[in-house]
Ligand binder design. Structure first.
Ligand code: GLU
Length: 510
């Protein structure tokens, strides 16, 4: 590796919401730069105006803000290599297109879309595929087959044209990829790609390599779908007399089952988002869910993505962003795609949720309670979340796991009652009620001690008594340690519930 400054970029096209595969690409670039003390740049590649979607750029910027991926230079940030939006760099590309034309690495093609369509059909009729390449370019309507005057004349008349790269006819291009190693391609299988159009806009290929060069990008880390473009890019660097950056093409994120790229359809079918934030499609009005709105913590989302394709070489799974930056290296990115696992994503969220302070979790839970009409004390809510946080993956699950702290159960799960409300339950709960009404110290440990002593004295089965008691207190057979629950709801409410339960469930005969 030559000794140059480390500069990497993420270069999305604002064509819609950012797929989580794109977020992962940006993350790996960010970690790579952080690890090596380099710079990370956000560049917007919007040269294909037909695919531009309003709001997409803002969405991209907001996604990274939410995730905690920070850029050193780029849109909204500025920097010495700007502008960082390709549509604002239009005139820069034209000179390089001309340079390639002058050096014979590119040529003007005046073929109309209709003429190319006809050719495509002719080829199809012979069961062949039409490719604009070295084999056919000599017979087509381009500057290679015209005099200088003819070309000048057409240009003067503003005849629509494109500039195409003159792909060498039969040459082995040898490329190095930091993940795949050496890759070789014969230019025979490649076509004369369009570099520039008469509307004054470059195509992705030209703009991308011009910007990577001018922005002094040292490493291009991007998705595997760009690997087929690599020979063209390498040849363009060569044609312009520039040193190419190093390349790393990241393997795909795969569907949870079967093969193929993870798509929005998989997410819709299996119930998980494939976008960082919810996206409201301006054309169709369709709303796609996002990790943020689904209740993921950004740290969990990042941690999960980091491990989808990269491994630390140890058993450690939970990493903060700083820890990731310390250990990240491209050498540990796998060659094959990684299957997305929605269960594991939720597991990561759980890991971060349990690490959070009760104060913070209560802060997230209070608005939900308020919406439901409960104005509980902060201290009480903190105690509730401390008791149930081990049982949830998301803040949104707190209510389901803890509603009995806030409301007296109205109904009792019939299946639980059938199984656990026995002939002697009524008598036992009546005795327990008397016992608990006499207690002064209503702390969980004291309650547990005196209840156990009573159970022993009476030779009652612990399981049977506690299950019946749980049905009365919770309404069903769920929830944390029962003595923690009653200590928190307090003596009066516990006795109320016992009273109500005894009344509702009543005595049943043996
Ligand atoms: N604009 C391309 C994209 O949307 C960037 C590809 C690259 O990183 O070279 O993915």
């Amino acid at each position: 590796m030559s000794q140059k400054n480390i500069r990497v970029r993420f270069a999305p096209s604002p064509t819609g919401p950012l797929h989580i595969g794109g977020v992962r690409t940006a993350l790996y670039n960010y970690l790579f730069a952080k690890h090596l003390g380099g710079k990370f740049i956000l560049r917007i590649e919007d040269t294909d105006q037909t695919r531009f979607v309003p709001g997409a750029q803002e969405y991209i910027v907001e996604s990274f803000r939410w995730c905690g991926i920070e850029f050193d230079e780029g849109v909204t940030k500025g920097g010495p290599f700007g502008p960082y939006i390709q549509s604002e760099r239009q005139e820069i590309y034209q000179q390089y297109s001309e340079k390639l034309l002058n050096s014979g690495h590119a040529y003007y093609a005046f073929d109309t879309p209709e003429a190319l369509d006809d050719l495509r059909k002719e080829f199809e009729a012979e069961k062949k595929t039409f490719t604009y390449n070295a084999e056919v370019r000599g017979k087509l309507h381009n500057s290679l087959n015209m005099s200088r005057e003819e070309v000048a004349n057409l240009l003067k008349k503003e005849f629509p044209y494109v500039v195409r790269f003159a792909m060498p006819e039969d040459r082995i291009v040898v490329m190095n990829d930091l993940i795949r190693g050496q890759v070789e391609v014969n230019t025979k299988v490649l076509d004369d790609k369009v570099l520039f159009k008469s509307d004054g806009m470059p195509t992705y290929h030209l703009a991308n390599i011009v910007d990577d060069h001018l922005m002094e990008i040292s490493h291009v880390i991007r998705g595997e779908e760009w690997l087929p473009s690599l020979p063209l890019h390498v040849l363009l660097y060569e044609a312009l007399g520039w040193e190419a950056p190093e390349f790393a093409h990241l393997p795909l994120l795969l569907k949870p089952e079967g093969n193929g790229k993870l798509s929005k359809r998989d997410g819709d079918r299996l119930g998980f988002p494939v976008f960082p934030l919810a996206w409201n499609d301006p054309k169709s009005g369709e709303i796609s869910r996002g990790y943020r709105e689904d209740g993921y913590f950004p740290e969990a989302f990042i941690n999960m993505l980091a491990l989808l394709g990269w491994n630390p070489g140890t058993e450690q799974e939970v990493f903060s962003m700083d820890e990731l930056a310390k250990v990240f290296s491209i050498d540990r990115v796998g060659k094959s795609g990684s299957k997305f696992d929605p269960g594991k994503a939720a597991w990561f969220n759980h890991q971060y949720l349990i690490q959070k302070s009760n104060e913070e979790l209560a802060g997230h839970f209070m608005p939900i309670l308020q919406q439901k009409g409960f104005l509980a004390e902060t201290e009480f809510v903190e105690k509730v979340v401390s008791l149930v946080k081990e049982r949830v993956n998301f803040v949104s699950e707190f209510w389901d796991q803890s509603n009995f702290f806030f409301i007296t159960p109205e109904t009792f799960d019939p299946l639980a009652v059938k199984k656990r409300w026995k002939a002697d339950s009524y008598q036992q709960m009546t005795e327990l009620k008397t016992l608990l009404s006499k207690v002064d110290d209503f702390s969980a440990s004291h309650l547990e001690d005196i209840t156990k002593a009573w159970l022993e004295e009476m030779k009652y089965g612990m399981g049977a008594v506690m299950n019946a008691f749980r049905i009365i207190v919770v309404g069903e057979l769920k929830g944390p340690h029962l003595f923690d629950i009653i200590a928190l709801i307090g003596q009066e409410e516990t006795l109320n519930r016992l009273e109500r339960g005894l009344h509702e469930l009543g005595e049943i005969s043996a």
